[in-house]
Ligand binder design. Structure first.
Ligand SMILES: *Cc1c(COP(=O)(O)O)cnc(C)c1O
Length: 358
């Protein structure tokens, strides 16, 4: 039996979107391929609220995170981490010999404007990385406020943002918020199969990247950008055309739903899950302002066995997530993103109520 995935990615994909993955292949150097990729970029610019160039990468989101920190760090990167995915960005830096320092928040707490200000006041950094929506703790960071700080006091610092688990589920205005590189993957709030990553990249990031030696090859975002510009949206190596067919179709669906409607649907699902969690357990993130809109991390105050719950949920066609890393069993996570509806969420929660006798 298929289990409906309430894990924070991969999420369930609509059958009609899955079908687009089976579109017959086309030559990746044809005008048809250029048209497909140009169309996708134009639609993605709307979703990202940006006029910057969109780049696609046949990798998961981690690929572009690694590529970005390596391609754009000239001096030193300040990596702000509020959990597992921020830590991963730091590891990507150190394993690529990219000079970087890690600035960690307590689990469940955000990266604050003050933390960024203090780090940048040292003058040591030309790049910062921030996780917009930390999928382990369910923290959504104040990325607009951090962007405003950069504009005001540190206009030369590049702003790299991981929006892997939130883009498409909550409004992220890349240009208005001063973001230079905004990265996401297909398998989360965009509602597609895993296997492709997407980013927007500013021209000033590209110009800074040209001064960086040893950017690697496959994930060199400067060469990716140059090829996309020169060859009308074609890529240096063969991209996953199957994903592109599905992405093109799904973006039409997303824009047809309307971005504001889409965000409102996510907010409604988030509010419902939060209320349920507060009634029966507790939330890891206490400050409403920093709560993720695409997933909820629930404090396991009843000390239930998350493994047993998931086993019983599996029998009934559902799957949720245990806590991540050090938060395993102390928390569990329910995602509410992509094409899920209030009915889906209510279905899941009433099933959990039934299993746990809540
Ligand atoms: C899932 C996730 C990643 C990793 O993305 P992949 O597509 O699995 O490589 C990075 N950051 C966040 C916040 C995520 O949720």
């Amino acid at each position: 039996m298929h289990k409906k995935l309430f894990i924070p990615g991969p999420v369930d994909v609509l059958p009609e979107v899955l079908e687009k993955m089976a579109t017959p292949q086309i030559g990746h150097r044809t005008k048809e391929a250029s048209d497909l990729q140009r169309g996708i970029s134009e639609k993605l610019q709307k979703v990202f609220y940006t006029e910057n160039q969109i780049l696609l990468s046949t990798s998961s989101g981690s690929g572009l995170m690694e590529g970005a920190i390596r391609s754009f760090t000239g001096k030193r990167a300040a990596v702000f981490s509020v959990g597992a995915f921020g830590d991963r960005w730091y590891k990507m830096a150190t394993t690529n010999n990219v000079p970087a320092d890690l600035f960690k928040s307590e689990l469940g707490e955000p990266t604050t404007v003050q933390m960024v200000d203090e780090a940048l006041a040292t003058g040591k950094y030309d790049v910062i990385t921030v996780t917009h929506n930390e999928t382990s703790t369910g923290v959504m960071n104040p990325t607009a406020e951090i962007g405003a700080l950069l504009k005001e006091k540190y206009p030369d610092v590049l702003y790299l943002v991981d929006t892997v688990s939130s883009m498409g589920g909550v409004k992220i205005e890349a240009d208005a918020w001063g973001m230079d590189v905004v990265i996401t993957s297909t398998q989360k709030a965009l509602g597609l199969p895993a296997g492709m990553a997407i980013c927007s990249v500013s021209e000033r990031a590209i110009e800074a990247g040209r001064q960086v030696p040893n950017r690697g090859l496959y994930l060199d975002l400067v060469s990716l950008y140059d090829t996309v510009k020169k060859k009308d949206h074609q890529y240096p190596s063969t991209p996953s055309l199957s994903h592109m067919f599905a992405l093109d179709y799904q973006l039409d669906r997303i824009l047809e739903e309307g971005l504001e409607n889409r965000y409102a649907r996510h907010k409604e699902m988030a509010d419902y899950v939060r209320a349920w969690a507060r009634k029966n357990f507790d939330l890891l993130v206490q400050d409403e302002k920093y709560l993720s809109q695409t997933l909820t991390t629930i404090k396991n105050t009843k000390e239930i066995s998350v493994g047993d719950l998931n086993k019983e949920l599996a029998n009934r066609g559902f799957m949720i997530s245990n806590g991540y890393g050090g938060l395993k069993n102390l928390t569990f996570r329910i995602s509410h993103m992509a094409d899920y509806t209030m009915d889906d969420v209510k279905d899941l929660l009433s099933t959990i109520d039934d299993i746990l006798g809540l």
